[in-house]
Design a protein around this ligand. Sequence first.
Ligand SMILES: Nc1ncnc2c1ncn2[C@@H]1O[C@H](COP(=O)(O)OP(=O)(O)OP(=O)(O)O)[C@@H](O)[C@H]1O
Length: 563
Amino acid sequence: MFTESVLVFIALNAILAASFYAVLVAGQLSLGQAGFAAVGGYGAAYLAPSPNDIGDLPALILAILIGMTLGAAAALILGLPTMHLRGVFLAIATLGFAEAVRITLINLEWTGGASGMTVPKIVTPLIAWVCCALVFYWFWRQGPSSYGRALSAIREDELAARAMGIDVGRHRLSAFVTAGAVAGLFGVLWAYFVRLLDPGDFSFAAAIDGLVTAVVGGSTVWIGPLLGSGFLTTIPEVQRAVGMDANWIRPFIASAMLLLVILFLPGGLGSLLPRFKVRAKALDQADGSVLDSGAAGLQTRKHPVPGEPVVQVQGGGKDYGGVHAVRDVDLTIGSGEIVGLIGPNGAGKTTLVNMLSGFTPASSGDFTVLGVDPNKVPVHKVAQAGVSRTFQHSKLFPRLSVLENVLVGAHSVSRPTFLRRLLWLPAAGRDEAAAIQHAANCLARVGLADKAQDDAGSLSYGDQRRLEIGRALAADPSLLILDEPAAGMNHVEADSLSELIGSLAQQGLTILLIEHNVGMVLKTCDRVVVLDFGQVIASGTPEEIARDESVIEVYLGAAEEAK
Ligand SMILES: Nc1ncnc2c1ncn2[C@@H]1O[C@H](COP(=O)(O)OP(=O)(O)OP(=O)(O)O)[C@@H](O)[C@H]1O
């Protein structure tokens, strides 16, 4: 059953599927892989020296290098203008590219047009499997690196990933270029195995086949494309072995599997395998000490000295058409302060913190947050400057574990480990262990150490709020913005959250707290700012705010009645 061709095709189809995995893992749907493979295959066949001149293996190695470089270059050129596209728009743009490549190849003379181009056969099962092993080694080492986690975070929630300091555009582009290189490798191996480069081999159908293989195998686990290829490539062989020679069976099973996976097993066959568990040692040793970026293995962040201005806003405003969500707000927050931001629903609190963290561009005013103007730099730069936030509606990475969520939170203070993991350098292991220990400490600080291995999506609402805070703390922030963190918490949980906020401020952290639980705000904060219809109507100590007639009229009275 496992003839030479079957062995080679399992490896080759796994490589093509891996090129889809490379982008699916970052949440991108690209159908350009057939085009990259064609560019790689034809380019290598045209440019690489003949095996008659330099020998089979050197000729193939050169062809592979040329094919991968051309595939990556094509992906870079296509990716630069298209990386801002999402979902089906990216799929259509990349599909258009692949079709343009195929039609061009048919119409060029040196490619042999529709009848194709002959290539010497060099690839053996051993060569195919060595290449396949190298590709999967790459993705295996990528997965648990800080780069790999950043890609998964982008797939799960792009906005939250930006808030963790991840440069989404650069990560998406690098995943796309990797996909181009891997598809280029497939194109070369295919050509040097089947002896003929035919534009029909790089059609839309070929791209869909690769995509289905990746999705059935599993687009979130590195081994998925290999499982998918092993499963789908051997179906015709199993059929033959049992004497059922019907052409429709493979496409039928592939489509049925695709449907089953999408409906019942979104992680594909790979998700049935046991998941990697973090060493319990890190969790046992977790002592709740956070804000320790100076620890070995983490990058050091320079925090503002006590009293130094962290936030300075003058005349800040935001208009949505005719709606003045925020109007002429002046706000200064000094390092180490806990400032509460309260006001009725729709007062503009979330809009104001969205402007401070770079999510919403201001319509007017001057903003300086930790030395950067959030209107002039992308969100991830504001985060890298030391602004960490939680969201009014939880934005966790649901399919990542609780610990992985916090590890992503530590993105801007952890050291990149992927390239060192590829080379198996011990320093990478040490840095990863330090990041895990730091994340475990953050989890212990918010009381979630015992849930570290659970999926974030399976947590109760209160635990999700706590996890968001733990994840935000992992960035070793200078300014922590909490948007209604006590929503859904009972009194006991809200009290312990209040204590946590107080102890973090004692360690020098500056906190901006939006909360409808007025009792908690008055108890926890040094200063309270009250917004109404986008304007600051009062600002002062909790005692002053509690006595302020205008605040009682527009908010505190209403808040009391609502209790
Ligand atoms: N993207 C948007 N487009 C249009 N209007 C918006 C947008 N975001 C907010 N607004 C409007 O701006 C105003 C302020 O909203 P915002 O969410 O900032 O208030 P809030 O004080 O945070 O309210 P809540 O306590 O209910 O969360 C509201 O009138 C809201 O409808």
